[in-house]
Design a protein around this ligand. Sequence first.
Ligand SMILES: Nc1ncnc2c1ncn2[C@@H]1O[C@H](COP(=O)(O)OP(=O)(O)OP(=O)(O)O)[C@@H](O)[C@H]1O
Ligand SMILES: [Mg+2]
Length: 262
Amino acid sequence: MITQVPQPVLEVHDLTVSYDQHPVLWNVDLSLPAGQLIGILGPNGAGKSTLIKSIMGLIPPTSGYIKIFDKPLQEVRTRISYVPQRESVDWNFPASVLDVVVMGTYGKLGLFRRPGKKEVQVAQDALEQVGMTAFANRQISELSGGQQQRVFIARALAQQADLYLMDEPFAGVDMATETAIFQLLQDMARAGKTVLVVHHDIHSAMNFFEWVIMLNLHLVASGPKDQVMTEELLRKTYGGKLNLLTQVTDLIRKQDFNPLKS
Ligand SMILES: Nc1ncnc2c1ncn2[C@@H]1O[C@H](COP(=O)(O)OP(=O)(O)OP(=O)(O)O)[C@@H](O)[C@H]1O
Ligand SMILES: [Mg+2]
């Protein structure tokens, strides 16, 4: 089930990516529409982070190519915002919360301008959106894991990009905050931004994503949520992980019987 779209924001053409000559993503071919909140689902090791990193140009492809806004990455880099997966970030880097978020605005500043009042204001607004205003002057090393993650989301928001790539942004973030930020991302998508989120919780994925990509080394599916989040495709994506699948099947049943289903 792979839905291609006309005038895509992101096109991935026949992408194969390898580490030490071992491919971990095979022949991925997809195109994504603008203005949607898009989920990337798949088990551990499925290649989700690898896909995001390839889109960001951090890993060269073995074959295939990627176009963003119909251009190569180098020409549109400042329009893209990236939240790396938690493990890949050095949280001992000496910087305050506000500094880290202000850094998000640098891409727009150009070479010779330093951040001024306007950039600080953008950063403060972003901190407020993730509920971290009270921590603005704290060192990032002195935050809890979930708080650090929220700061990283704020940094991405401060970038005011057109395409957001977020690799498990909600790892360790409490449910109330996750829901609030999901709602914010929905608003951004409605305003025309494209937001890609690697996510592990199938329940909130059902609630919030409009479009879903399912990966397991190969592309299993990419399309509107209602067409893609089926028991068959989830089974194909996750293999025989029974607990999860029982949970998923229950969820799908509940959705089918839910008169308020959107
Ligand atoms: N730097 C690397 N060198 C060698 N192999 C790697 C490297 N990074 C990832 N891999 C391997 O590539 C495969 C895909 O990894 P990737 O990090 O993309 O998975 P993922 O879907 O993001 O998983 P998770 O849900 O655990 O974050 C895995 O088998 C992983 O072990
Ligand atoms: Mg990952």
